[in-house]
Design a protein around this ligand. Sequence first.
Ligand code: FA5
Length: 333
Amino acid sequence: MDLGQTFANFQNLAMTAIAAATNAAELEQVRIEFLGKKQGKLKDLQTVLGQVPAEQRPEVGKRFNEIKDVVTQAWEERQQLLNRPKVAATAIDLTLPGIRPATGKLHPLTQTINEFQEIMSRFGFEVEDGPEIEDEWHNFVALNIPDDHPARDPLDNFYLATAAVAGGGPRLLRSQTSTIQIRVMENRKPPVRIVSIGRVYRPDEIDDTHHLMFHQMEGLMVGPDVTMASLKTVLRLFAAAYLGEDVHVRFRPSFFPFTEPSVEFDVQRGDGWLELGGAGMVDPNVLKAVGYNPDEVSGFAFGLGIARFCMMRHDIKNIRHFYSNDLRFLQQF
Ligand code: FA5
């Protein structure tokens, strides 16, 4: 008898039967038929092995064990496969390529704010923050805006029906970021070089360039030798950095109670001009209100409209687009 052929036949038959089993019961039958301890085909092979001459037995025995291991392992693997829970036809196929989720973007105003902060940081200005709910002291009084000034008219502000601040007067939503000038100078000794960006609120009539909630960037620089020339240089450089070297700017005489002299800062748009901000040299009364000595230091301040800059750069004609949540507009940035 060709023992090698007998072993090979056993292995072939066993492997075929294992692969053909489609459920646990059939596989169990295969186990009994081929690997059964009492009367399986493997047992028969073992009996044959016993009749092999003693000198061949080690080698034949080794071959027997190899085949036994291969068949046993194949049987166990098939058992694991058949025991695996069935995947429903409708189940998610994890092997399919992924669907890329729609990614969001920063709002154009947020992008503008980030860029403003980055430019001003390069110019050596620190970024400060302040509250949107203010008291009259910081929004008006310390800024040299007297009681009877039209800017304090309740109809031109969002006053809040909450308790007044001790020493600070009634509360309101800040109408300008100039409040930050006061908050910073109250807490720091000169020299000061800061910007602060945030929302301000005014019950303005909404049109193409006005909204009732908008963002401003306040700038303040105070030190021994700060002049109008410093102010004009910083604003001109800032406009060139954000709007491009070919930007055409102008400074137009104006009035703010907290700066003297005061200017409006405009950029050319088509045949006309768009006002982007107000600015001026910090009024000595403001310096005194925060405990600075106007004989020792001087300063400039400016307040720029964030949306107006963004509108200039991207040729946006209507400020309402920033607040209408229209994806056709937002996805262009
Ligand atoms: C002020 O708010 C002053 N605090 C600016 C200032 C700061 C002057 C420091 C001197 C020193 P004004 O009201 O002009 O100024 O507003 C400044 C800028 O904010 C405007 O030029 C414009 O760009 C923007 N702005 C004003 N009102 C609105 C509005 N309703 N909607 C959108 N932007 C506005």
